[in-house]
Design a protein around this ligand. Structure first.
Ligand SMILES: Nc1ncnc2c1ncn2[C@@H]1O[C@H](COP(=O)(O)OP(=O)(O)O)[C@@H](O)[C@H]1O
Ligand SMILES: N[C@@H](CCC(=O)OP(=O)(O)O)C(=O)O
Length: 379
């Protein structure tokens, strides 16, 4: 049942907007951040019996920076926006760190730009770092790296960033907390006849016609960016809930299966979406051939590909590119993201992972292709 999407979600990205985080621009809402931190901690600790991995994408840096700098109106100049964001981010991340620590949960600040996710190598680095933090039970607190962005490389709004992070870590669900109960058929601030939308399919074009711009001078994304974020998140199989951030125990109730807010269901499950994404790579830049032992454990035991099982490398590829994995007979048995470039992979063939440092002078990961970044293509 669709409303069980959050109940069954193990890895969840939560995004919260500026107007909620800064109490409509009146300064960081400590009580709200404390409340969300309490709920995030409960999910990480598995107080409902199911430990989960959660990432918080939080807006509010510019709004908080404006408050701290005494600016009443949002600056127009990019360098002033960047200055406000740099000032505000200090308070934002300190507040999350303090409130999560009070709940015995670690936190980590991660600042990203569009360029970070557009570059394969940086994409993979960000992915493996976030997955490591999640495995350690830490809550990454992510924002756009406003201080360095310019018009070409910025996401522009954290709804988009939230969806890209959901793709990056292959989250099961994206929860967008905002200052409305969810999506209405029109902006409820200006249209009293607007009807609430309980559930729809992510990517349904009719939704975009309903969604307008930001509801306050503080927010940036508006509902349209939330609808588009749900469509993007669905690309890696994550469903999205848009809900009111001040709803009592909103995250806990959603993960217990309660239908709150607007649920935008992803048409495909994340494993199917991942397979589709990898299979869509018609032009693979290279391939590695593996021995019988490696072929067997990849096919039957869900293992990662270690260099010791590699017998040959074809093509010219970089770290982070999708490559084919072939069995000794030359049949493609899997595809995945290469942790090492082809020139390095050739040096690693037949060597144990413990020798990577000696052979390359560094170790990225012990695997050539991690199972999390792999899909079997032939049975
Ligand atoms: N169809 C719609 N349904 C609900 N809210 C809408 C709709 N169209 C526009 N909005 C406006 O979008 C606002 C939420 O977006 P935004 O102000 O950017 O919040 P946030 O800071 O959480 O991203 C709502 O307060 C509302 O005024
Ligand atoms: N990086 C910016 C994001 C602004 C933003 O997306 O705001 P919102 O539309 O309220 O989520 C900030 O922290 O102010």
């Amino acid at each position: 049942m669709a409303s069980n999407v959050l109940r069954d979600a193990h890895r969840i990205v939560v995004k919260v907007g500026s107007s909620l985080v800064t109490n409509e621009g009146r300064g960081l809402d400590e009580a709200a951040i404390e409340e969300w931190s309490r709920q995030l901690a409960s999910l990480v600790h598995g107080e409902d019996g199911s430990k989960r991995e959660v990432i918080m994408v939080s807006s509010g840096a510019v709004a908080e920076g404006m408050k701290r700098l005494g600016w009443a109106t949002r600056p127009k100049e990019l360098h002033e926006l960047q200055a406000a964001a740099a000032v505000g981010q200090m308070g934002l991340v300190q507040m999350y760190e303090t409130k999560l620590r009070e709940q015995n949960v670690g936190s980590a600040q991660v600042l990203l730009t569009h360029a970070d996710l557009a570059d394969r190598e940086r994409y993979l680095n960000a992915r493996v770092t976030l997955l490591t933090l999640l495995q350690l039970g830490v809550v990454p607190v992510i924002n756009e790296n406003d201080t360095v962005v310019n018009d070409e490389i910025k996401f522009g709004d954290n709804d988009t960033l939230g969806a890209l992070v959901a793709n990056l870590v292959e989250a099961d669900a994206l929860v967008i907390l905002t200052d409305q109960k969810g999506l209405y058929t029109a902006d409820p601030r200006s249209n009293p006849d607007a009807q609430f939308v309980h559930e729809a399919q992510a990517g349904d074009l009719a939704l975009e016609a309903m969604a307008g711009g930001a509801g306050s001078s503080i927010g940036k994304g508006g509902m349209l960016t939330k609808i588009l974020a749900a469509k993007r998140a669905a690309g890696s199989g994550a469903s999205t809930v848009i809900a009111w951030g001040r709803e009592q125990d909103v995250l806990l109730r959603l993960t217990r299966g309660e239908a709150i807010g607007t649920l935008l269901v992803a048409p495909t499950h994340k494993n199917q979406a991942r397979k589709q994404w990898m299979m869509d790579h018609l032009q693979l830049r290279g391939a590695v051939t593996v021995d019988e032992g490696a072929a067997r454990v990849l096919r039957a035991e869900g293992k990662s590909l270690l260099p010791i099982g590699m017998t040959a490398v074809e093509g010219d590829f970089s770290r982070g590119e999708v490559i084919a994995v072939r069995d000794p007979q030359g049949q493609e048995l899997a595809r995945g993201l290469a942790n090492y470039a082809s020139s390095e992979a050739r040096l690693l063939c037949r060597h144990a992972s413990s020798e990577i440092e000696r052979l390359l002078g560094y170790t990225a990961e012990p695997e050539m292709v991690h199972r999390d970044n792999m899909v079997l293509t032939a049975h």
